[in-house]
Design a protein. Sequence first.
Length: 257
Amino acid sequence: YLYIIISRYHLSLVALLLTFRSVSFRNKNSTCIIGDSHTGGLKFGSDARKSFGQWFPGKQYFAPVVDQIDPYVTCGYRNVVLMCAINDLKKPEIKNTADIKRNVFIPFIKKIEKIHAINPKAHVYVCPALPTKLAELNRKVVCFNRLILTELIPSNFGVTFVDGFGGFCDDAGLLSQQFSRNIGRDQRPDYLHLNWRGTAKLGTLIRNTVLLRMNGGVDRRKRRTDEVDGRSYRNVLSGTGSTTAAESRHQDGYQPF
């Protein structure tokens, strides 16, 4: 009788261990998006026509400024996407490179450090600030993005750069009319926000960057939406194929696993 109890206990323990080892592949794609209003139109769900679909589960958290990024919401997620800076750059006291670095970029880095401290297993994906239709604000955007590319990514900080954002620019380097709203909800001219085409493009870039990263640079999906403006997303991320002059080509800080 004692032998039967021990045997049953052993089988239960083996079953428990197997259960812990059999982690759903969907869990590996679990993604937390923390961002400003640009990310508000991105939806998680099972309907691939209206959301990221079942292969890309997660949740979106609103953070209009860098200071409101909450590192603790990343607990339990394998992937963390950050897109937040434009509202900080809009502040009138942010005037030059020194202001941007001290008051926007360094606090942004500290948030990433806190995320890594709280959730060491998470991969952090950094989106650059989107271009705008205002030349002066665009100058600040370019400065912030340059700091990301020259000081954050080369340091192998543990972040992946979400590339392909040059596709949002027109020939003048401003936010393209094709991907942006003309009138805001208050019926005033809108210089910042994406329309449905822009939101769809943003979602595609984020999703494909994460999935490509998780698969070690290999697209393993049997059925996939693999084009961004007529180019394969692999080409978008590697900088090959036709592209605009403003599009950047930078490797991420992680090494493929």
